[in-house]
Design a protein around this ligand. Structure first.
Ligand code: AMP
Ligand code: MN
Length: 325
């Protein structure tokens, strides 16, 4: 589970050229702007990540004009992601422990872009418990994991900004799910339309295996269609073998998507040796989409070694700044 708000240490503080009232702090792998002299190096604070939605109350009132959402901003040329509060923001009596998750304690939730009406559909039930929900950890919060996998062979795909779709076959039953829910078949629903258009039920049945296809539905009417695609398109980014409770390896993913003639998210590098350096990865994420000329949302990096599912995202900071996320 991702900790949106946690107790963290100020790792370093540095001046920002031309700015007297503010300075640059490093917390986890994030950089952010803080008031000058508000914090000391090594001091514990409450760090709240971008994508957080804060409750409408003191001491968060000053964020009302920003709809209480923590976004990426640029101040005096410095990209700033997240926000730090002194520990006094916590209720009295809170146990202070580095790394402790205080998201629920502060009433913070993740900002989720609204699912467009054409995709919301009719709910059949919760997301199937036998398939993992799609999600990606941010490179800034990987910590030791990055060092641990340094030098290992990975593959990089382009991250597409749409809506997560899972299609599965289990014991002859075909199912269609949005990010968090399973949906009833309905000709007006974008996920089901795509399932039928790509003939996914027959394709999955032809394999005779319990399997889930996971991918991003993107295009017209979804998240502002930033890549200006025609109509809607779906791109597979993962396959899950339900009976074996494991994800397909890179080679299996390529082979199965070829066999079933399914579109994949663009592969940008299939033999990337992981650099354990957040800045290099963020630089790699700063790119244009290979599907269109527009800014890419970012990249997803996965370790290739069989039996491991180590996967994380690096989001394009230019994209975040441009779209106010
Ligand atoms: P976020 O959109 O920030 O919540 O990041 C995680 C989501 O990115 C996943 O749940 C997927 O729906 C989506 N996604 C888009 N492109 C990719 C990709 N190439 N690989 C993995 N996930 C992706
Ligand atoms: Mn997304």
């Amino acid at each position: 589970m991702r900790k949106l708000a946690s107790i963290q240490r100020i790792r370093s503080l540095a001046p920002i050229p031309g700015a007297d009232a503010i300075e640059k702090a490093t917390v986890l792998g994030w950089q952010l702007v803080v008031k000058r002299a508000e914090f000391q190096v090594d001091e514990l604070c409450v760090y709240i990540e971008i994508d957080s939605l804060l409750p409408e109350r003191e001491p968060f009132e000053f964020l009302r004009s920003r709809s209480f959402r923590i976004r990426t901003v640029k101040l005096r040329g410095q990209v700033s992601q997240g926000i730090c509060f002194p520990l006094s923001v916590l209720p009295q009596g809170t146990t202070i422990e580095e790394g402790a998750d205080v998201t629920a304690l502060l009433g913070i939730v993740k900002y989720e872009p609204p699912i467009p009406l054409s995709l919301s559909g009719i709910v059949k039930g919760s997301f199937p418990c036998f398939i993992p929900k799609t999600d990606e950890t941010r490179v800034q919060v990987l910590g030791d994991l990055l060092q641990q996998y340094a030098g290992q062979e990975c593959y990089i795909t382009e991250k597409l900004d749409g809506s997560s779709a899972t299609f599965y076959l289990r014991d002859e039953a075909f199912g269609v799910c949005s990010r968090n829910l399973e949906l009833v078949e309905d000709a007006g629903n974008g996920f089901w339309k795509m399932a039928r258009q790509l003939d996914l039920e027959s394709k999955l049945k032809s394999l005779g295996k319990n399997l889930a296809l996971q991918g991003e539905l993107t295009g017209e009417g979804i998240q502002g269609n930033k890549l200006q695609l025609k109509g809607q398109q779906w791109f597979c980014f993962g396959i899950y073998f339900i009976d074996e409770a494991r994800y397909a390896s890179f080679d299996e993913w390529i082979a199965l998507t070829e066999q079933l003639a399914l579109p994949r998210v663009p592969v940008l590098d299939s033999a990337y040796l992981l650099e354990a350096d957040i800045d290099s990865l963020l630089e790699k994420a700063q790119r244009r989409s290979v599907l269109a000329g527009a800014r890419a949302e970012g990249i997803v990096i996965r370790v290739k070694q069989a039996g491991e599912h180590v996967s994380f995202k690096a989001i394009n900071n230019e994209f975040l700044l441009h779209y106010g996320e």
